[in-house]
Structure formats: C-alpha cells, structure tokens
Design a protein around this ligand. Structure first.
Ligand code: NAP
Ligand code: GLV
Length: 306
C-alpha cells in the first residue's frame, strides 16, 4: 500500500512514523510532482496536479473539517473524500465562540478600556433574554458550540439544511426558515461548510435581518462573508461588532479595512486548529475501516459539497 502525504503545515516524520507503526510495510512519502502514484492520500489544500497524477487514488483524507478547497478540484470519480470530524476541534470551537459571545455580552472590551484609563464605573446590565445567539450549521462543530452556549443559559437558535431537534434550542432549517432564524437572533455564529449554497450568505440582506445591535462571529470560511456589507452595517449602527477568524484572502492583506477597525476583532484562522495526534488516530481508524470494507464516518457527499 502506498500513502501520499501533502501537508505543508505539519511534520512529515510524525505522519510517516505513525502510519508505519500500524502498517510497517506501507510506502508512505511526501508527494511532489512526479512522485509514484499512491493508493491513499492524506492532504490539506493540495494542488490540482496531486489528483491529475494519481488517477487511481482510492481515498483522500482531508486534514481538516472543511473540504471546500478539495471540492474546487477535479478529483477522480472513484476517489472517496473523507474529512476530519471533531478530532479535538469541537471543544476549541466552543471555547472560541463562547469567549467571543461572553466578551461582547459582558462588555469586557469597554471595561478593559476603562481599566486602561484607571476609570472605575459600571455599564448597564444586559439581560440574557435580549441576547439570543443563532448558530448557522448544526453539524459536528455547530452542535458542540450550541451545547456550550446552552451551558451559559443563552437563548440559542440553530439553522441547518435538514430539520433537527435539539433540547432547549429553537431549530430552523432550509431557505424557507432562514429569515425567521435571523430575526430571532442578535448574535450570529457561522459554522457552515463553504458550498455553492452558502457562499456570500453573510450579506447585507441577511445581516440586516438580525436584531438591532447584532454581532457576527465567522469561524467557518472567509467567502461566507461579504466584507463590504459587514462594514456598511457597522457604519450604519445596525451591527455592533464582529469577531472574525477566517477571511477571503489569508493571510489578511495589510491594507484590508478590517485591520484596525474599532468594532472588529481578528484572529488568524486559529479558532480550531488541526491537532496532529487526534487527527492521526482518526485517520488510521478510518483507513482501517475502509480497508476492511466497513462503513467510514465523515465521507463527503460530493454532490452537496460537504
Ligand atoms: P458538518 O458536520 O458537515 O456540519 C455542517 C452543518 O452545516 C450541518 O448542520 C449542515 O446541515 C449545515 N449546512 C450545510 N449546508 C447548509 C445549507 N445550505 N443551509 C443550511 N445549513 C447547511 O461540518 P463541521 O465539522 O461542523 O464544520 C463546519 C465548518 O467549520 C467546516 O466546513 C469549516 O469550513 C469550518 N471550520 C473552521 C475552522 C477554523 O479554524 N476556523 C476549523 C474547522 C472547521 P445538515 O445537518 O442538515 O446537513
Ligand atoms: C479548518 O479550517 C478546517 O476546516 O479544519
């Protein structure tokens, strides 16, 4: 068995040693143009040539939860696309989103500015009932985030493609219920996969439907958000702020107006990092299942794009 790695951000020896511990006879090598074609691949954002030169690939394991970069490529029809599910990312996402929600809810930026000015004063208490949080995407990560937000007793709404029921959460589904979901939410968390149906979904029309003083947390993909629409709604006062982890161009270019904007917090695509040990263990389990002809979790349905 040959396994090709394309993983520019990670240590190749870690993956080669980890895979050899289970399959000592496997040929595991970093892919570069002209490499011998492999049976399986473990990859993050490979180039088109990666698939063009390996037409017999049986499966590619995506080194992340989101497969949008792979879905933009021509992948051989028989190649199964398998993504990471959680693998230590869900708890990180819950930490990040709860931090953003709590920081805004408790006015901690204002208190921090007061502290820097040596000012001891109180700001009005905001009631939880006036702070409903809407989570777009109720998958592996969205479900964990919803659960964490419920732990802080926020009213929580969630929106998915297929109807769902979650205890204590007002669930909405499909395009028909999007407006009702937005109107019920003040804080909007985006945890959707990037697909033809979801790109640009954080646009002027939809963000305008959030309750006044709304706040946007985008931890999914930069292309969900129409940057100019966010800026316009911050300027108009309809939105109070945003915390953004993902951007159309990464790294965010130095001249981008988001940098230094008083109402926008920026992090460099770190809300849920891919953890090596968890990812290796999950991919080994999935490859074992595949080799034994058993069902594999996290198979991407190519026709829907996630
Ligand atoms: P997932 O398990 O596939 O969940 C996706 C959710 O989105 C599902 O609930 C799905 O609805 C919903 N959805 C998809 N298309 C929709 C549509 N057109 N309308 C309404 N709902 C729709 O994905 P995940 O593992 O939670 O990951 C979500 C995304 O997070 C990834 O795709 C990635 O882009 C992003 N991410 C970011 C980071 C970071 O560090 N910033 C890290 C990891 C992941 P159904 O349940 O009905 O199918
Ligand atoms: C990171 O953004 C991922 O999709 O895992």
């Amino acid at each position: 068995m040959r396994i090709a790695l394309y993983n520019p951000d990670s240590r190749a020896e870690f993956w080669i040693d980890g895979l050899h511990a289970v399959w000592p006879d496997a040929e595991v090598a970093l892919w570069s143009p002209g490499s011998a074609p492999a049976d399986f691949a473990i990859a993050w954002t490979p180039p088109q040539a990666f698939f063009d030169e390996q037409p017999g690939l049986r499966a590619v394991f995506n080194l992340g939860a989101g497969v949008d970069a792979l879905m933009r490529l021509r992948i051989p029809p028989q190649t199964q696309v398998v993504r990471l599910e959680d693998a230590g990312m869900a708890v990180q996402m819950a930490e990040y989103v709860c931090h953003a929600v709590l920081r805004h809810f408790r006015g901690l930026d204002t208190y921090e500015a007061d502290a820097r000015a040596r000012r001891w004063r109180y700001h009005p208490v905001v009631m939880r009932s006036d702070f409903p949080v809407g989570v777009m995407g109720l998958g592996v990560l969205g479900s964990r985030v919803v659960q964490a937000l419920r732990g802080f007793e926020f009213p929580v709404n969630a929106w998915s493609r297929q109807p769902k029921m979650v205890d204590g959460v007002q669930c909405f589904a499909g395009g028909d219920q999007l407006d009702a979901f937005l109107a019920a939410s003040k804080v909007l968390v985006c945890l959707l996969p990037l697909t033809v149906d979801t790109q640009n979904i954080l646009n002027h029309r939809n963000l305008s439907r959030l309750q006044p003083g709304g706040y946007v947390i985008n931890v999914a993909r930069g292309a969900h958000l129409v940057d100019a629409d966010l800026l316009a709604l911050l300027d108009s006062g309809h939105l109070a702020g945003a915390m953004l982890d993902v951007f159309r161009t990464e790294p965010l270019p130095p001249e981008h107006p988001f940098w230094g904007h008083a109402q926008i917090s920026i992090t460099p695509h770190m809300s849920a990092r891919t953890l090596e040990a968890e990812s290796l263990a999950q991919i080994i389990a999935k490859l074992q299942a595949l080799l034994q002809g058993q069902p594999v979790d996290g198979l991407v349905q190519r026709e829907r794009g996630y």
